[in-house]
Design a protein around this ligand. Structure first.
Ligand SMILES: [Zn+2]
Ligand SMILES: [Zn+2]
Length: 144
C-alpha cells in the first residue's frame, strides 16, 4: 500500500462524511449529506428534502468543493415557508435570488455568511460549522 498523493490524478473515492439536519422549529425538513473523497478530501453534498429523492450519490457528484470554496445553505425567510438551497461558493460570490423582499444578488462575505448583515430575511450558513448538528432555518426575530 502506497501513501495517497493528493495532487496525483485519481478517481475520487467518496465516503460518507457527515450530515447536517435542517429543521424548521421542531420539524425536520431535510438533510444535507456530505461525502468526502478519502484520497484528496474534496467534499460533495446531497440535499435530501422530505418526499424528494436525490440520486447524485449514485450518479456521481456534479459539483465538488475546492481549496477556496465552501458548501453553504442559503435560507430565504421572506415568506412563512422558509426556502433553502445548498451552494458551493467562494467569498464574494453572489447568489441570484428573487422574492418579495429582495430582487437581485446576495453577496457572500468573508466568513461565508451573508455580507449584508442588515438583511433580515436571508441567511447564509457555512455547513462546516454544522457537521452532524441541527441547522435551524427559521430566522431569529430581530433583537430589540
Ligand atoms: Zn479525490
Ligand atoms: Zn428571499
Amino acid at each position: 500500500m502506497s501513501e495517497p498523493i493528493p495532487s496525483k490524478p485519481h478517481e475520487h473515492e467518496f465516503r460518507y462524511y457527515a450530515a447536517v439536519n435542517l429543521f424548521r422549529g421542531t420539524e425536520a425538513v431535510g438533510v444535507v449529506d456530505l461525502w468526502r473523497c478519502s484520497i484528496c478530501h474534496v467534499k460533495a453534498t446531497e440535499l435530501r428534502v422530505q418526499g424528494l429523492n436525490n440520486l447524485s450519490a449514485e450518479a456521481g457528484f456534479p459539483v465538488l468543493d475546492g481549496p477556496d470554496t465552501r458548501w453553504v445553505v442559503f435560507v430565504c425567510g421572506a415568506e412563512e415557508e422558509p426556502k433553502f438551497d445548498v451552494f458551493n461558493l467562494h467569498v464574494g460570490d453572489e447568489i441570484q435570488h428573487d422574492c418579495v423582499e429582495k430582487v437581485g444578488p446576495i453577496r457572500v462575505g468573508k466568513d461565508y455568511s451573508i455580507e449584508n448583515k442588515s438583511d433580515k430575511y436571508h441567511r447564509v450558513y457555512n455547513l462546516d460549522n454544522y457537521l452532524n448538528e441541527n441547522l435551524e432555518l427559521v430566522l431569529a426575530p430581530e433583537q430589540k
